[in-house]
Design a protein. Sequence first.
Length: 193
Amino acid sequence: MSEALTELFGSHLVDLQMLGNEPIIVDAGASTGAFIKDIREKVKNPKIYAIEPCKNNQLELVTFKRLTIFDAALVGKHRPETMTFYEKSGLPEWGNVNNLYPNRKGSQYEVFTITIDKILSVVDAGHIDYLKMDIEGSEEEVIYDLTPQTAKRISQISMELHGVSFVKMTDLLQSLGYQTTYKNGELYGRQKL
């Protein structure tokens, strides 16, 4: 499987051939929009949903008519509708709702939350061709909340792992019908063809 994979913006793995034309892409943890710019150069006419709660993100600088921005944090379905976001000083587009690094200084503010089920209810096609998650520790709860039916509606997943067992997450993705690979801190899964 790894021969078909391309690394985009850093180490986010994607099978570009599997995307085809006009894919639905969800960029959770969109930050400055660098991944969006990178994938737009490689994919024909994507519809992109960017999810980023950090007030200091720079997504307003990304001009693209097929881009929808959610000022929210992607979380599991058992989280409240709003949560405290911990923005870390010195990293203007970075933070999380889990307070991964409590000793780092920064500002705190309330943000809205959103789940995969909610995203799937608003995307045009009712499915996601590619889900990129760089959500600073919430990846695990999002994956744990996937049902087999929901997982079948997401063709590819790429995520950073933050303080969670690679083996545990790999086993979980495989139990949901994904083939998996791991490279440079990035866990990738695609639905079996």
